[in-house]
Design a protein around this ligand. Structure first.
Ligand code: HEC
Length: 457
């Protein structure tokens, strides 16, 4: 304070103090650094009651979150939790996008990420703060923006307006979302998932639409216990005999976990997957995805949606699987750009046994593209998936990364990534094949895949 007090400024001292500082003069209110907001408004209010020096919890967790200690104890610090340390996580990574799912703090506060980590049998402890109240979506988004910006100590890297969103995702129990004012609500289930069983089902719901429909916003709500929810539509060229029977639950596996019946025939008609185009992908229990104004996904007249949910029940009690999908529609006259769902797929997969192999493939677009959303797809042996820009001024920039084959993150590019004609994306995936056989491209988990799905216009 003393440094900037002069006689003239002293006259305005009361005003200066009211603004909280005088570094930049009395008339310019100083914006609080994002880290300081996290520390003073989120950690101090929700965490330091336990994570304070000298407490038994500080000793147990090895973590103190008071103002003096928190930054150094988080950024690039090793977790005390053995499973997290063993998975190569740090408490908070400063590698930006590449570091989000490598940040143990993120798994500890984000109930959805956490549920997944537990679902895979790792012991990441409880969601913080234990026993609640959980952090709000605004607080989570604020911390996420800070981690994506490389977790700096100084500077404003997250919009404080995010904090106005006080919805608490972890506290929310499952409920049907209200149907869209203009659009369709589709419903999958409820269906039983036996104890210690993974059930994956598909359910085809015709839309009975005699004209094209234009979807501009997608909401998903799922009952807990889900690995993923996907919704697919079928493009105009899909052969009629491939379209599934309406309103029937189709299981991928029978109750014993087998994919084939007693005659050795597949229970599931895998041909449909070759025509599936994803319209919604969610690993979160609640998703609300809004395309830019005037941008829409076109569902052809007379089409339908194939709903797909994968539930894992690790408990000894039966659980219920259930999901809702809301499709919000635009009038055809409101549509300026139609979204294309693209799949950049490397079919050239050959993974020798007992080895780590990295594959890469570059794709160039034939016309200018605005990329809105990306999500990867691979199977069990994938340890890292990356996408970088190929060509143009942003050549080499990392725009997508996943370390989790089962719950690949869905990345929103807002603003969209603009690629000029001839520019593209390069996908790189690393596989650790610890089996004793060579693995190739294949639709089942016995083999591997390497796909980057995206929305673009
Ligand atoms: C009621 C007490 C309590 C509160 C409040 C609390 N924690 Fe914890 N925290 C614990 C305990 C106990 C552990 C160790 C067990 C575990 O990891 O589940 C822990 C562990 C952690 C760890 C893992 C440390 C490591 O390296 O293994 C992180 C990160 C963490 N807490 C963050 C937070 C954050 C962020 C908040 C506030 C949003 C918070 N905690 C609030 C009790 C608490």
């Amino acid at each position: 304070m003393g440094k900037c007090s002069s006689f003239t400024q002293l006259l305005a001292l009361a005003a200066v103090w009211a603004l909280g500082g005088c570094d930049s003069g009395p008339s310019a209110p100083r914006e609080q650094a994002t880290w300081e907001v996290i520390q003073s408004s989120i950690l101090a209010a929700n965490c330091t009651s336990c994570h304070a020096p000298g407490t038994s919890i500080a000793r147990q967790s090895g973590l103190v979150l008071t103002e003096e200690e928190a930054y150094n104890q988080l950024v690039n610090a090793l977790p005390r939790n053995q499973a997290a340390a063993g998975d190569g996580l740090v408490r908070v990574s400063n590698k930006g996008l590449a570091g989000l799912d490598q940040s143990y703090l993120w798994h500890k506060i984000n109930a959805d990420a956490h549920q997944h980590a537990q679902g895979e049998g790792t012991a990441y402890g409880e969601t913080m703060p234990p026993g609640g109240p959980a952090l709000t979506r605004g607080e989570l988004e604020f911390i996420r923006a800070w981690i994506l910006a490389g977790a700096p100590r100084k500077g404003v890297v997250a919009d404080p307006a995010l904090l106005a969103d006080t919805y608490r995702p972890a506290a929310e129990l499952f409920s049907a979302p209200s149907p869209p004012a203009k659009g369709r609500q589709l419903h999958l289930g409820p269906f039983a998932v036996a104890p210690n069983f993974e059930r994956e089902v598909f359910y085809y719901q015709p839309l009975d639409n005699n004209a094209d429909l234009f979807v501009n916003r997608i909401e998903v709500a799922m009952r807990p216990g889900s690995h993923h929810f996907l919704a697919y539509f079928f493009p105009d060229y899909t052969p009629a005999q491939v379209i599934p029977p309406p309103e029937v639950l189709r299981d991928l596996r029978d109750a014993s976990g087998s994919y084939v019946d007693e005659n050795g025939n597949d229970l599931f008609d895998w041909r449909v997957m070759q025509y599936h185009k994803p319209i919604a992908i969610s690993q979160l229990r609640r998703l609300d995805y809004q395309l830019p104004p005037g941008v829409a996904i076109r569902l052809p007249a007379g089409s339908g949606i194939d709903l797909n949910a994968h539930y894992a029940n690790y408990s000894d009690q039966e659980i219920q699987g259930e999901a809702y999908l809301n499709l919000h529609l635009l009038e055809p006259s409101e549509v300026q750009h139609e979204v294309e769902v693209f799949a950049l797929s490397n079919f050239d997969i050959d993974l020798p046994p007992g080895q780590v192999t990295t594959l890469e493939k570059e794709f160039r677009f034939k016309k200018k593209r605005h990329i809105l959303q990306l999500v990867s797809h691979a199977h069990d042996r994938m340890t890292e998936f990356r996408a970088t820009v190929a060509g143009g001024p942003r050549d080499g920039e990392l725009i997508y990364t996943s370390h989790d084959w089962e719950h690949a993150p869905l990345i929103d590019l807002d603003p969209p990534l603009v690629l000029e004609e001839g520019e593209g994306l390069k996908i790189t995936a690393t596989y650790d094949n610890q089996t004793d056989r060579r693995l190739f491209f294949g639709y089942t988990r016995k083999d591997e895949m390497m796909i980057l799905y995206g929305y673009s216009y």
